[in-house]
Design a protein around this ligand. Structure first.
Ligand SMILES: [Zn+2]
Length: 327
């Protein structure tokens, strides 16, 4: 089961979160692999997308916001676009469009930053948008200071948090065909910096606090990719922080945890076909034997054969009852 664990270090200005996506991530991969037009993601793309999904859950879990956090990488290599979207309630989905050959073992730069033009955008799209309100968006290049190519999604998001949110962040991410997981540590902003007297105190404490974040980050970075992909959350946190004043919150899992969800459905595709009109739908049927529609986001394919199409355009009263349906 996919899960999210949040924690703080008592008395230290550092918060953290650990996410392990199993069933939710496997469903992303399953739908893509089952799509007869695209087939499965090449392993390097799956790894990139899984790390993005884990990072997006970690970012969403750290903000007070009602809506979708959308992480997009606009690539200039064989991957043109990779997207991970996480709602406030941790429903998630992810997709990537692959247009070129992906060499085995390709890294971030090769996949999405072949010519140095790749970008990562984070968008906060509120669930209820006020009239005229635009979603918030921040964008960073996939290269660090001096144009040094960043090695992975973790470095990109660390840079984003530093540049756009002024938040020191340490991220460790990993993904494979079974799991996408990540560990995040973040320095909490020191309280009361608007107040002169308090800011003096805050600075003095800050000297000690800086040490805490750096020390805990070193511990976090000692986490190996294999450990993140194989160990359970309790073991990871115990191994890394057994000497630290770790205070954990109730994990989020199951119906309140990270879980796959896409807004596509057979009903929606049916409604779209109805919108096309009977003539158009029947002409596709004649040409291709069936009408096949793929969800752009998750790759789920819906197929309508002649009987399904006929039923769509037949008023409900004339249809025989469906097996198992309540009439
Ligand atoms: Zn879908």
């Amino acid at each position: 089961m996919s899960e999210l664990h949040k924690f703080i270090f008592e008395g230290l200005p550092v918060r953290g979160a650990l996410v392990v996506l199993t069933d939710a991530w496997q469903e992303v991969l399953r739908r893509r692999a089952a799509n007869t037009q695209t087939g499965a993601y090449p392993p390097p793309v799956a790894e990139l997308l899984g790390e993005m999904a884990a990072a997006a859950v970690l970012m969403q879990s750290g903000i007070k916001f009602d809506g979708a956090l959308v992480m997009q990488i606009f690539g200039d290599g064989p991957v043109k676009l990779a997207v991970a979207e996480v709602q406030s309630d941790l429903r998630l989905r992810a997709t990537a469009s692959v247009t070129g050959a992906v060499p085995p073992g390709a890294m971030l730069a090769e996949l999405v930053n072949a010519h140095g033009q790749g970008r990562c955008a984070i968008t906060l799209d509120p669930r209820l948008r006020l009239p005229g309100q635009q979603p918030y968006q921040g964008v960073v290049p996939l290269a660090g200071p001096g144009g040094v190519a960043l090695r992975g999604v973790a470095e990109v998001i660390e840079q984003y948090m530093r540049q756009s949110e002024q938040l020191d962040t340490t991220l460790v991410l990993a993904a494979d065909g079974m799991r996408a997981a990540g560990l995040l540590l973040q320095r909490l902003p020191v309280q009361g910096q608007h107040n002169l007297a308090q800011s003096h105190v805050a600075r003095e404490e800050g000297a000690v606090d800086d040490d805490a974040f750096e020390r805990l980050s070193l511990l976090a970075r000692s986490l190996k990719r294999d450990e993140l992909l194989e160990l359970d959350a309790d073991t990871v946190l115990r191994r890394l922080f057994w000497q630290e004043p770790l205070q954990r919150f109730e994990p989020r899992q199951g119906a309140s945890g990270p879980r796959f969800a896409c807004s596509c459905s057979r009903e929606r595709v049916g409604a779209m076909l109805k919108g096309l009109g009977r003539d158009e739908a029947e002409s596709i049927l004649r040409e291709q034997g069936q009408v096949e529609v793929s969800c752009d986001f998750c790759g789920q394919q819906e197929r309508f054969d002649a009987v399904d199409v006929g039923r769509l355009f037949t008023p409900a009263a004339q249809q025989p009852p469906q097996p198992g349906s309540v009439q």
